[in-house]
Design a binder for this molecule. Sequence first.
Ligand SMILES: C[S@@+](CC[C@H](N)C(=O)[O-])C[C@H]1O[C@@H](n2cnc3c(N)ncnc32)[C@H](O)[C@@H]1O
Length: 299
Amino acid sequence: MLIGKITRRLYAYFLASKKTLYNFLLKLLSNIYQLLNKKKYSSLFFENLLSNRATLDSVENFIEKKSYESSNDLYGLPRNRIKYINKKINQYPTYTDLLTFFPKALKLKNINYVEIGVSVLKNFYQISNSVEMSTLYAFDINDINPSIAKNFKLTNENQNIKSYNYKSNKIHYYKGDVFNHDDLKSFSKLVDKANIIFSDANHSPEGVLSEFDFLIKNILDDNFLIYYDDLNKNIENAFNYIVKDLGSKYPKIKAGSFLINGWLGQNEKMHRNGFITNTGYIEILERNNVKLLDMRIVK
Ligand SMILES: C[S@@+](CC[C@H](N)C(=O)[O-])C[C@H]1O[C@@H](n2cnc3c(N)ncnc32)[C@H](O)[C@@H]1O
């Protein structure tokens, strides 16, 4: 019995070390690629990127220890990575740079932005500082992170919805669960129409399909970008199903996936991200000299 226990422990340790080593190597490769990448982005894209870095620099601490420990899932930020949340990010694009560039590139005004899984509001706060006269909707299983919410002016509080003004934007924070269909349905009534939807909550096929069926497909505006973080192998089939489903209603949509930095920038390995859009955004990015690494077109 003791030998069995020791063997199981050693095996678990071996698996954990293998994963750590694998992630370390991928992070190293990502950093080498970023150092060698001498691409000169268009000034429009680069100014947008610098403005996002300035927003990050304006925040001293994204999350207080007390709020972090009070979250059942630690705001989706594992203990071994919290040390990176306030670390400076280099000038290689992150998903936030792509999301904030979308309305600028397409000259969209008064946008409706939806983020499913906002965590400590790191990406959401950069969006809030990037757009004007827009309405931004956040959905998360956690309470809003007070370290960032203190910058917003609370205008209304009703059950699980908190509303704020921030600069010229309106913000609605909905506390809900992507596995609860009633939450998603009442959130979709609140949103009505969205131009940008960022899916970054529960990265399982069930989670992604639930939010698609009960929220995303009912709120698409005339020009839309649906953006997925962590489009790993386990949700590839769900992503393909979503592309097929939308393709029957919007025959001209384009969809694919690529590698890019996430919320911790160069401090972790690149993420595989996915997009679905009925606009020419990918061609616009190419014209702005933004190369998306290992692009795999699905449609
Ligand atoms: C990776 S974090 C989001 C990071 C954020 N989008 C950013 O870029 O700054 C994922 C968030 O989704 C939340 N989440 C996980 N499962 C969820 C669920 N079933 N319903 C709603 N939110 C969930 C986590 O608590 C966490 O706050």
